[in-house]
Design a protein around this ligand. Structure first.
Ligand code: CP3
Length: 345
């Protein structure tokens, strides 16, 4: 336990001073790595998620290759939906596809409240394996989607451009919306707490698509549920609250909860932090496309971000969103080195 307090990543989450700015990358286990692609030839994505040994192995691949300051368990935000009774598959090249999108109240009534240890044992086992194999090298992050982002997949039946069906339900059938968000919140509290029980040392909540809402709608239809989830998770580990296109939602996201707010590249991170106030930590925010280089461009942009946040403790370096599948590996190495070198104090 004593050693855990020393990890730069966990210290930064608590806004304590660190010898350098810690960095990890959203989607750091994935297709840009040849080791991942080699396994993916033999197994589907969901097979890999559901096999604890494989999930553990993939979690560790980027840790073995790069000097990252945290690991994130290999899984997906959609994993808790299947035991809730929501069927989906990953169609080739299309992302997730749901066969029976949720449209009315009776669809909500049918959703099961899961028991994570029984319904998703593979994830809990993967977490225990990874903690053992990491042997204290870096801390392990667990995660979930936020209620809004998960609701959007269930209602739209997949990824969406304009969220017409999601917002349609929200605006036109408030009781069904509230019932769905309530149920998702309950599930997410159980899901995140089970991951913490299994050994994750921080959690991130991905509200990836919530930036499609007006601040007023976020406050009315989403904030109470995100808040409920974060209150239900408690304070035993740091909690990172992430969204994209969230520049107009920052203050409201802070009100919903989290020890760290994650921002994408569409905001100046220093300005975002000033708006949030320095009583909360911040994570971000390199544009993932900058990683396509050249290396001096990557270094210049790393400096810009570090200069923008200044020397204040409580910054975790990350991309503004997930690393892209064709990102050059040596540029990832260059990024991590640049962050550690320029932030060294
Ligand atoms: O960060 C990590 O390394 C942990 C693993 C992780 C994955 N998905 C693995 C994954 C995490 C944290 C996620 C979160 C996730 N999943 C989000 C929120 C983050 C974000 O990007 O906003 C969302 C929206 C999903 C849903 C999801 N999963 C989509 C839309 C897709 C298909 C899109 C794509 O990139 O192909 C996935 C698949 C997925 N999740 C892959 C990985 C490594 C690619 C699977 C493959 O084909 O090998």
């Amino acid at each position: 336990m004593e050693k855990m307090e020393e990890y730069p990543f966990l210290k930064a989450c608590r806004r304590e001073r660190t010898p350098y700015t810690p960095i990890w990358l959203m989607r750091q286990a994935g297709r840009y790595m040849k080791e991942y692609r080699a396994l993916r030839k033999k197994y589907s994505f969901l097979e890999m998620c559901k096999n604890p040994e494989l999930a553990a192995k993939v979690t560790l691949q980027p840790i073995e290759k790069f000097k990252l300051d945290a690991a994130i368990i290999f899984s997906d935000i959609l994993i808790p939906l299947e035991p809730m009774g929501v069927e989906f598959e990953f169609a080739k090249g299309e992302g997730p596809v749901f066969h029976h999108p949720l449209r009315e109240r009776k669809d909500v009534e049918r959703l099961r409240l899961i028991e994570p240890e029984e319904d998703i044992p593979f994830l809990m086992k993967a977490i225990r394996i990874v903690r053992k194999e990491l042997d204290g090298k870096v801390p392990l992050i667990g995660f979930s989607g936020a209620p809004f982002t998960l609701a959007s997949y269930i209602i739209e039946g997949g990824h969406s451009k304009n969220y017409v069906l999601t917002k349609g339900l929200m605006y036109q059938d408030r009781p069904t919306w509230d019932a769905l968000m309530e149920k998702l919140s309950k599930v997410l509290i159980r899901y995140l707490n089970a991951q913490i029980q299994s050994g994750v040392q921080a959690v991130q909540i991905f509200d990836s698509w919530v930036g499609c809402l007006t601040p007023g709608d976020y406050e009315e239809y989403v904030l109470p549920y995100s808040k409920k989830v974060m209150e239900g998770v408690g304070k035993s580990v740091p909690l990172i609250h992430f969204a994209t296109s969230n520049s107009t939602l920052l203050e409201l996201m802070k009100r919903a909860g989290g020890d760290v707010i994650g921002v994408d590249w569409r905001v100046n991170i220093g300005e975002a932090w000033a708006r949030l106030g320095y009583d909360i930590a911040i994570q971000g925010n390199l544009d993932p496309v900058i990683l396509f280089g050249p290396v001096d461009l990557i270094e210049k942009n790393v400096k810009k971000i570090l200069d923008s946040v200044g020397d204040r403790p409580g910054h975790i370096f990350n991309l503004g969103h997930g690393i892209l599948p064709t990102t050059p590996l040596d540029h990832v190495t260059a990024l991590i080195e640049a962050v550690h070198r320029y932030s060294s104090r």
